[in-house]
Design a protein around this ligand. Structure first.
Ligand code: NAP
Length: 337
């Protein structure tokens, strides 16, 4: 029986939020495998803020997705047919699967990780806490801006995938952790469920005063996920010689405007600011080992929001920007319970 592969190909570049109309849904037969190739059924897609950046024709760390190209995305799939000695049917594969149902993968392709058929961890968690998000948080707080016990760490987008893990790692390291998130419910969740010391709602009118009140000794480390106004407020609370792990600036990803560059707090406070990308990290195995250990010991909580349906990918991605998810946002594409 010939299989049909559905693909979402970029048709036009979005302006502002992403729309279904920016993509073309193409159906085509899955080709016969050649020697050395495997067929991967995509199960889950990782919904990442960087997907939105990849849709833009601006200088960035990878080439923008070209018009007509299958939308680039990380995902997790299962090998359903193999003509490779390196992959067996049933193996899980993690890497760039793209917004499609099936991926034909050559065994020599770089950047893919083969996992056992039953990894002992829920599959969505492999894309979140025990995957790219968790490794990003670990990298930021161990290498980029290491946080010491007793210091104050502020994490923005703290109820999201990277932020929720970064905050919990900060607590494990003995820091006093303050989260910034949108809305009272998310802030309560950070304190009551994830063990943050305090949380501040950046949407509230007195956000800056609240931030000041919960950082009486200043901020030693800022794990920055948002940029813009939120970042400026945190920088204004930093101690002299404070460190910033500049992970992301999601507040600008939907905008054609470039943010104004005001580096004066960096000078006044003699801050060390380091941008970083998880794709440069070389100690992924150590990070995943530490994180899965903390999960097993009950020290680190994981959460995923699972949406359904490949065809919904463009609109589900927008949930990263309207804040209507918590933890890791993933899209289930194989349609099975
Ligand atoms: P996420 O935090 O699960 O989702 C994004 C969150 O950002 C939303 O839940 C929303 O939370 C918040 N947000 C969106 N627009 C905002 C705005 N204008 N102002 C304030 N908050 C806003 O996503 P994620 O995958 O974990 O990514 C978080 C950040 O890490 C992003 O900046 C991403 O680019 C970055 N990142 C960097 C790397 C790296 O290698 N450097 C790797 C992965 C991710 P609220 O409800 O609280 O508004």
């Amino acid at each position: 029986m010939s299989l049909i592969n559905r693909q979402l190909r970029l048709k036009t570049r979005p302006e502002g939020l992403v729309s279904r109309d920016n993509f073309e849904l193409v159906e085509q037969a899955v080709p016969e495998l050649e020697d050395g190739e495997v067929l991967v059924r995509v199960l889950y897609l990782s919904m990442d803020p960087t997907n939105r950046v990849w849709m833009r024709d601006i200088p960035q760390y990878l080439p923008p997705v070209a018009i007509g190209e299958v939308m680039r995305a990380l995902g997790l799939g299962r090998v359903v047919a193999s003509r490779s000695a390196h992959y067996a049917e049933g193996d899980l594969v993690q890497g760039v699967t793209g917004w499609q149902d099936y991926l034909v993968l050559h065994e020599d392709a770089k950047g893919y990780v083969r996992l056992p058929a039953d990894p002992g961890i829920p599959l969505p968690t492999l894309l979140g806490a025990a995957g790219m998000s968790g490794v990003t948080a670990y990298y930021g707080l161990t290498d980029i801006a290491p946080v010491q016990a007793g210091e104050t760490l502020v994490v923005s987008a703290a109820a999201g995938s990277v932020g929720s893990i970064a905050g919990q790692i900060g607590r494990i390291m003995g820091a006093r952790v303050v989260g910034i998130a949108g809305g009272a419910d998310k802030c309560r969740h950070l304190v009551d469920h994830l063990g943050f010391d305090a949380a501040v709602d950046y949407k509230s009118a007195d956000f800056k005063q609240q931030l000041k009140a919960v950082t009486p000794d200043g901020v030693h480390v800022n794990f920055e996920n948002v940029g813009g106004e939120v970042m400026r407020a945190v920088l204004s609370r930093m101690v002299i010689g404070g460190r910033v792990a500049l992970c992301g600036m999601i507040s600008g990803y939907n905008s054609a405007e470039r943010p104004g560059d005001d580096f004066s707090p960096v000078i006044m406070k003699r801050l060390s600011v380091r941008g970083f990308l998880v794709l440069d990290y070389t100690r992924t195995r150590e990070a995943v080992g530490a994180i899965t250990g903390w999960i097993r010991e009950g020290k680190l909580k994981t959460e995923e929001t699972v949406a359904e349906g490949l065809e919904n990918a463009p609109v589900v991605l927008n949930r990263l920007f309207d804040g209507s998810h918590r933890g890791k946002l993933v899209l289930r594409v194989d349609g099975q319970a």
